[in-house]
Design a protein. Sequence first.
Length: 343
Amino acid sequence: MYKLLFRPLLFLLPAEAAHAVTMGIFNVITRIPFLKLLIKNSYSGEDKNQSVNIAGLNFKNRVGLAAGFDKNGKYINALACLGFGHIEVGTVTPLSQPGNPKPRLFRLKKDEALINRMGFNNDGAKAVAGRLKKKKQNIIVGVNIGKNKDTPNEQAVDDYEKCFRELYDVADYFVVNVSSPNTPGLRELQEKEALRKILFRLQEINSEERRKPIFLKISPDLTLSQLDDIVEVVLETKIAGVIGSNTTIAREHLRTPKPQLLTIGNGGLSGRPLAKSSTEMIRYLSLKAQGKFSIIGCGGIFSGNDALEKINAGADLVQLYTGFIYEGPSLVKKICKKLSDVR
């Protein structure tokens, strides 16, 4: 139904507008009790046997929604009806910011992919914290945090600390985002010393109170040597794990014509073209980790088999974004069914 009827209609609209319209309507629908129940019964195939404990948190299943879909924590109660085991909001910065000029989200239909250069548009840490305090659904919520665009990299650690403190009481886990290609200079924070500084600061704060798992979201464009550095820092700082991966700046082997890509311009690519590289990254990280930290797989998941590949490569959990947009809400249930025998 979604792919035959709803997706063609939604794809008539610009990508960002389609997202706003869809989620606005869905948010209203799920506030009506009998419709909410109908949606939950249709899409949320909950099975207690699928629960898994990762980083001290009990996830009802292995399938989550990646950051970027619900940047401001507005739709958690609605999205929880679709059977996700966790929802990650953000990226959240200390202060609100508008992000990059529109248009900034583009579909590559021939590749089943997206290019975005959103630029961390969000309402700021305080506003998001206020919304998360009011969430009604019992679902694990992670918060993906970043620095404001105007904050120099030398002061980036302060931005991550501000977000961490502001959102500490309302987040089940945190994700440090230093890998988006859409904030100038941000990826430089993946370098060993800069990363160590940020993660040690957050862990120092973390040890003062009830400990929250911290994950690091990394770029698929890192070299093996850089991945080795990431592993070293993760083990040294004793954070919970890694999310592999964020979007890529690569444009190889795409079906979309080059003139169209040139017209779109810069941004991070997500979707099917990312599937292989993200799985290979997960496999490499898993071999290096030797079970000492957790891995969340993200990138190019459009089916149960895609998710199973990530799990078999070493991921403990998986996250959806672009595949969810192209395949629709039934994807969560399909993946859960495929992973039902994974222990």
